[in-house]
Design a protein around this ligand. Structure first.
Ligand SMILES: [Zn+2]
Length: 584
């Protein structure tokens, strides 16, 4: 009680002293401590910077710290080279008045802010702007940000108090983080486009954790899009960009054209050096099965069969290791075990013994794809997100497992290490895990056989339904469906496991209880620092209208923000490193 009373008195004194200064900077003079803040402040644990007495902070003090933290942020980002992925859907109102995606675009690259936000592209020409111009026709070519969506992770590369008017709005929790919400407007008469919108500042170290708005003034021939940009606490005291949602619903460009789109940008792979060698794959010698006839006594040279297996294993390890190091593959983790359980269900019920020699891994990108690298089954985050249930997951895994069971080979050229020396951005050209059409067909046939003996045999209707929905969307969402490393699940002409289509019920968009596919981003959570993946803890909610099904669609981000303390960081590290300790 005493603390609260003296705190309030302090506010009054500070207010009187600094009022003339504040009047210049902001119409809202000070941040009124929330009813519980003065009481809560002493209870908060000591953190990376000494907390000021809560009640003594004026908006001006806060802004000094925000600006200081933002400059520190920019300095940090110059040393960071995270992966940046943007997936965009062009939307349109259908006959029923619902917005549906009609076209899409994709970008994957690595952010390089050494000289302003720019990026190295993995899919096509370098530079997002140029890439967009090269690959998109019509209205998009003109109107994407020159720097691409990557720019939206930075509020202002020269963020200064003198350029803006600030208005304190309120306090608000984002997840478990208490934030100061502040409206930001560029001052009149500025030549450079600057941020206008709202910022959320966590009230411990005063880092911006979210900003939502656009840049003004808008250039004459281009447009700045609206965006909602989120940062996560990745190291104690360090908040880095993880998600950007962008949307325009009715942006008039020129006389006739209107932009109508939604886009998600995700960043990850901040700590690629920390991804130690995956212990699971460092063992080059494979276990020799007893039933191989030409198996020699131990301590001898490898027999031809063993040598061939070792050679293939080496190619597999090289490829997996490379994908991990460039931040395309998640490190081994709990999710892999869940996927392996489904594969084991298929193996056990079909009496197939692979002697444990298979692995499941998660590709961190959005396009829907799955493929095998030798005995490693890889499935993309985007595909895991949209699959409606376990039976449809089993359908995807059964196809890949069939490649292994049928002995379809990995191109062993990757067993020569010199083939791994290429720039990361060439990965999609240099790494190719596609099978021939004949092998694809054989895998489909085998997969159906595996599924028919499995616990999933009575639930394949949902898998067929998923394929139907995928087939229906394929012409409109080619970038979502186009595979980068393996065979595509579907194209406008063909679809994997097409036999299942016949067994599926008719697609009914109006039925609330028929979910053919989920929206993107709903199931898998990626830790942008470690690249670890886990199932989202959020529970599914009941849909109130068919519009909410949003199959294969982009939705806004609302991450539950949490703060890392030194203690919790340790916990996170121990739970996220399943294999042996890292060697640095
Ligand atoms: Zn295949």
């Amino acid at each position: 009680m005493r603390i609260v009373a003296s705190g309030s008195a302090l506010v009054l004194i500070v207010l009187i002293c600094v009022f003339p200064v504040l009047a210049q900077d902001s119409p809202a003079s000070t941040i009124q401590p929330a009813a519980n803040s003065a009481a809560a402040a002493p209870a908060a644990p000591a953190q990376s910077s000494p907390p000021l007495p809560q009640a003594a902070l004026t908006l001006n003090d806060v802004l000094d710290r925000v600006v200081q933290r933002e400059h520190l942020f920019m300095a940090q980002m110059r040393h960071m080279h995270p992966m940046v992925e943007t997936y965009l859907q062009d939307i349109k109102n259908d006959s029923a008045g619902n917005v549906v995606p009609v076209k899409d675009a994709y970008f994957l690259g690595r952010l390089d802010m050494t000289d302003g936000p720019d990026d190295v592209s993995f899919v096509g020409q370098p530079g997002f702007g140029r890439r967009m111009v090269a690959k998109l026709t019509g209205v998009y070519a003109l109107h994407f940000l020159p720097m691409g969506f990557a720019q939206m992770v930075v509020i202002d590369s020269d963020f200064q108090k003198k350029y803006y008017n600030f208005t304190f709005v309120r306090r608000e929790f984002l997840g478990e983080i208490r934030c100061l919400v502040i409206d930001v407007q560029p001052k009149e008469g500025q030549k450079t486009a600057r941020f206008m919108g709202r910022i959320w500042v966590e009230d411990q170290d005063y880092n911006i954790v979210r900003f939502n708005g656009s840049y003004y003034p808008q250039p004459k021939i281009n447009f700045f899009f609206h965006f909602d940009s989120w940062r996560l606490n990745m190291r104690p005291g360090t908040w880095l960009p993880a998600y950007v949602y962008s949307e325009e619903s009715n942006l008039k460009t020129g006389l006739t054209k209107t932009l109508h789109f939604k886009a998600q940008t995700r960043l990850w792979g901040y700590d690629l050096k920390g991804l130690g060698k995956s212990e699971e794959f460092t063992q080059i010698l494979i276990d020799s099965p007893q039933n191989v006839n030409d198996q020699s006594a131990a301590a001898a040279d490898a027999t031809p069969v063993v040598a061939e297996r070792m050679w293939e294993k080496q190619a597999e390890e090289n490829a997996v290791d490379r994908l991990l190091k460039i931040g395309l593959l998640a490190p081994p983790g709990e999710l892999d075990k869940i996927l392996s359980t489904v594969v084991n269900n298929l193996l056990l019920t079909n009496n197939i013994d692979l002697q444990g020699d298979f692995h499941c891994r998660v590709l961190l990108t959005s396009p829907l794809e799955s493929f095998t690298i030798g005995h490693t089954i890889v499935i993309s985050r985007g595909l895991l997100d949209v699959l409606p249930d376990e039976a449809s997951l089993a359908m995807v895994l059964s196809h890949e497992l069939s490649h292994i069971v049928l002995g379809h080979r990995l191109d062993t050229k990757l067993a020569f290490n010199d083939r791994m020396f290429f720039p990361d951005e060439n990965s999609f050209e240099r790494l190719d895990f596609r099978h021939s059409p004949a092998e694809e067909e054989a895998a489909d046939t085998k997969a159906l056989e595996l599924l028919k003996n499995s616990p999933y045999k009575d639930k394949l209707g949902s898998a067929g339904l998923f394929l139907k929905a995928l087939q229906q969307k394929a012409p409109e969402l080619p970038y979502l469906i186009r595979s980068h490393l393996g065979n595509s699940l579907a194209s406008s002409k063909t679809i994997r496991m097409s036999t299942l289509l016949a067994a599926a019920p008719a697609l009914d968009e109006k039925r609330l209880d028929q979910i053919a596919a989920l929206p993107l981003g709903g199931r898998i959570r990626v830790d942008p620092w470690t690249d670890q993946v886990e199932l989202s803890k959020a529970k599914a909610v009941a849909l109130t209208s068919a519009r909410e099904k949003m199959e294969f669609e982009i939705t806004p981000f609302f991450p539950y923000l949490t703060r890392l303390s030194t203690g919790s960081e340790k916990v996170a590290l121990t739970t996220s490193t399943p294999s042996a300790p890292e060697q640095k």
